[in-house]
Every structure is written in structure tokens, then in C-alpha cells.
Design a binder for this molecule. Structure first.
Ligand code: 4NP
Length: 154
């Protein structure tokens, strides 16, 4: 059975599509399934933001086939690890369940880089291209640590 990982942000067009693409580029997809979604339904069915597509492409990652989806409560059962991009995403996800087993699957992704610090991946949607570059770099480092953790827990 594949280990299943879900990356979650608000719109599923900027941050979590990058997190999905980056982690996919680092893992053997015969053994891992990686997806992304948003807590909102604002952009369901849309491609990633062109600025996310561009920064991914610059780094050799193609995310153009992704389409935005909304987080659903059945995702708690479907996934082993659920990574929220920021504190607000985290709170919106855990508010959808009463089960500690579900809540325990959810973590803010930057805690993989800076444990217990609850740092946000800043929402780059309303900013410029530098925001996307910064988001890419922090997600790339966080995903390196996720890979290490997954390999250690095997
Ligand atoms: P994301 O960024 O959560 O990283 O995909 C956003 C994209 C769209 C909106 C907000 C954040 N929006 O309000 O439409």
C-alpha cells in the first residue's frame, strides 16, 4: 500500500500545488501518493497560478496537469499525512473532525523545518514574483526533511 500525503492551502493554486510538485520530485511514486487541495472552494477545477507554474518550471518541475480541489472530510481517512501551509489552513482542517486520530495526521508543513514553531508559508497570491521564489525555497527545504522522516519511519 502506498503512503498517502496531502498538501493543503487556501486556494490550492499557489502554495500546495508547489508542495505537491516538489515532494513528488523527491519520492518514488510507486510507493507514495501525493496530492493537494484547498480548504476553500474558490478555485475548484483551476490550474495552478501562472506564477507557481513558472517557479516550478524554473526548478525543473511541471505542475501544469494539476487542478484545484477542495479538502473534504473523507480525506482524513484517505491520507496518512496532511500538511497545512499555514496556521489558518491548519485550524480550518482540524475544525472538520472531532477525532484525535484525524487531528494527529495534520501538521503545519514548516514544523518539519522548524519544529513546534508553527511558522506560516506566507500566502504569495497578492504579492509579486519574489514571494513565489521564497515559497518555493522554504517548501523545497521542508520537503527534504519530510523525505528524511518518511525514510526513517520505514
Ligand atoms: P493559495 O493562495 O492558498 O496558496 O492557493 C491563494 C489563492 C487564492 C486566494 C487566496 C490564496 N483567493 O483568495 O482567491
Amino acid at each position: 500500500m502506498k503512503i498517502k500525503i496531502l498538501m493543503v492551502c487556501l486556494g490550492n493554486i499557489c502554495r500546495s500545488p508547489l508542495a505537491e510538485g516538489i515532494l513528488k520530485s523527491k519520492l518514488d511514486l510507486d510507493h507514495y501518493q501525493i496530492d493537494s487541495c484547498g480548504t476553500s472552494g474558490y478555485h475548484i477545477g483551476n490550474k495552478p497560478d501562472p506564477r507557481s507554474i513558472d517557479i516550478a518550471k524554473k526548478n525543473g518541475i511541471d505542475i501544469t496537469d494539476q487542478r484545484a480541489a477542495q479538502f473534504k472530510t473523507s480525506d482524513f481517512n484517505a491520507y496518512d499525512y496532511i500538511y497545512a501551509m499555514d496556521r489558518s489552513n491548519y485550524q480550518n482542517i482540524v475544525a472538520l473532525t472531532d477525532k484525535s486520530e484525524d487531528k494527529n495526521k495534520v501538521e503545519q508543513i514548516l514544523n518539519e523545518l522548524h519544529p513546534n514553531s508553527n511558522l506560516d508559508v506566507p500566502d504569495p497570491y497578492f504579492g509579486g514574483d519574489q514571494g513565489f521564489e521564497d515559497v518555493f525555497q522554504m517548501l523545497d527545504k521542508a520537503c527534504d526533511n519530510i523525505v528524511l522522516k518518511l525514510k526513517e519511519s520505514k
